[in-house]
Design a protein around this ligand. Structure first.
Ligand code: FES
Length: 164
């Protein structure tokens, strides 16, 4: 059975049609924006290597030291044998920033107490995998860290260490 059309129902129907059309256009615009952002090539700066962070000269980092680089969100770990590892400061449990404890000689997460050694290996749960690492290179005695890509590790391997 069809309901009788009242004088008020026509403008209401028109308003609802405009509302749905407007909402549909918003959804289409947002979808197009997301797709365009996904397909857009990475910035020229990233391609040109401007994500290369200059940490300093190799002599500035004593063997057995861990140096924080807050601007780059990483630590440069100089191992006892002189090797270098750049460790991302984000805890692999739930992402808290992990400070280095000089007195304990380990990273201690303030959130749930995961601990990591100077190679980023897990010493104490709840984290289950090592700290992410960033590529390190030494050019003419200058230590450079590539901030453009974090490597997710499931385990530590000696091959991850950069030998100067
Ligand atoms: S976020 Fe670090 S232990 Fe949970």
């Amino acid at each position: 059975m069809k309901t009788a059309e009242t004088p008020q129902s026509k403008p209401r129907r028109r308003f609802l049609r405009w509302l749905w059309t407007g909402l549909g256009l918003v959804v289409i615009a947002e979808t197009a924006w997301v797709i365009a952002a996904f397909l857009r090539p990475r910035s020229k700066a990233a391609k040109a290597g401007s994500s290369l962070f200059t940490a300093g000269t190799i002599d500035e980092f004593a063997p057995g030291s861990v140096t924080a680089f807050p601007a780059g969100k990483f630590y440069l770990s100089r191992l006892d044998d002189g090797g270098l590892l750049a460790l991302h400061r984000e805890c692999t449990h739930l992402g808290c920033t992990v400070p280095w404890s000089e007195s304990e000689q380990r990273f201690v997460c303030p959130c749930h107490a995961s601990t990591f050694d100077s190679r980023g290996r897990v010493l104490g749960a709840p984290a289950t995998r090592p700290l992410d690492m960033l590529a390190v290179r030494v050019e003419n005695g200058i230590v450079k860290v590539d901030l453009s890509h974090r490597t997710r590790r499931v385990a530590y391997h000696a091959s991850q260490v950069t030998k100067p």
